[in-house]
Design a protein around this ligand. Structure first.
Ligand code: G
Ligand code: G
Ligand code: NA
Length: 241
């Protein structure tokens, strides 16, 4: 089909660009790192990353697209400081694939004078994880090389408490649906409070996503959240030197 040809062209000519959104340390008031978000140059066929990744999955091209997105994310992150982290989205299914190897990632990092210590793999569960054992083994392997792990969209979608328990991530990214208007909603506050307590017991840091209002920022800071991300703190943008 025409759409299939469009994605083949996109992959062949590497027609994606990452943008980067800051993640701020609330304790230090500094940029802790950036999340890389894929943007497509082919806006005719693919309006955004969701549509692109969904179609790639249907066509059996998840692995190829994931690898391209990861390489582009590292290539475009030149001004990252040694102490900052680059958060890269990876779908959980990719981790189950024995072909997924951060080997190419490593040499690309070295070309930019970065190391696995600069990288956090942000795991998104678009569907539930079929085989926790294999994902766990993969993550333990990456972690032994210095990579860190975040679980994305906690409190929404397919994200499960099981993945927190089984995968022992370094960060939980609490979904925007919980953060939005948290200063007005006691139930949301209870949920975040519970996640903060759980995370503290497990040695996990919390990242609050989708902060748009000063009131939301003040609330999560008062509650003891470590890191925050959202339009109030910075929109996704290309790095400019
Ligand atoms: O930036 P935006 O709101 O358009 O992103 C929409 C969704 O696409 C987000 O949930 C984000 O996690 C996902 N996404 C963006 N870039 C990537 C990527 O490089 N890899 C994967 N797997 N998902 C991505
Ligand atoms: O999958 P993940 O939760 O990482 O999704 C990130 C998506 O959320 C990106 O598409 C990004 O553009 C979007 N985003 C980031 N900050 C905000 C925000 O403050 N408000 C809204 N509405 N979207 C945001
Ligand atoms: Na994400």
């Amino acid at each position: 089909s025409l759409k299939r040809r469009a994605i083949d062209r996109l992959l062949g000519q590497r027609l994606i660009n990452p943008v980067y959104q800051p993640i701020v340390s609330l304790e230090q008031g500094k940029v802790f790192g950036y999340e890389a978000l894929t943007r497509t140059m082919d806006r005719t066929w693919f309006t955004g990353p969701m549509e692109l990744f969904l179609f790639a999955e249907q066509e059996g091209l998840t692995y190829a697209l994931d690898r391209l997105a990861r390489e582009k994310a590292i290539d475009g992150c030149m001004p990252l400081k040694q102490e900052q982290k680059l958060f890269i989205n990876v779908m959980a299914q990719i981790m189950e694939d024995p072909g997924f190897s951060p080997g190419q990632t490593l040499s690309l990092l070295e070309q930019h004078r970065l190391s696995p210590h600069n990288v956090v793999f942000e795991i998104t569960e678009r569907s539930s994880i079929a085989d926790f054992g294999s994902v766990k083994r993969a993550l333990e392997h990456y972690r032994s090389q210095g990579y860190q792990i975040a679980i994305d969209d906690v409190g929404a979608g397919y994200s499960s408490l099981q993945s927190i328990v089984e995968l022992r991530p370094d960060y939980l990214k609490v979904d925007r649906s919980i953060i939005q208007n948290i200063h007005l909603d006691e139930m949301k506050e209870h949920i975040l409070f519970t996640l903060i307590q759980l995370a503290a017991k497990m040695g996990i840091s919390i990242i609050a996503e989708g902060i748009e209002l000063e009131e939301e920022l003040a609330k999560v800071r008062d509650m003891g959240v470590h890191y925050a991300q959202g339009y109030l703190l910075g929109r996704p943008a290309e790095f400019s030197l």
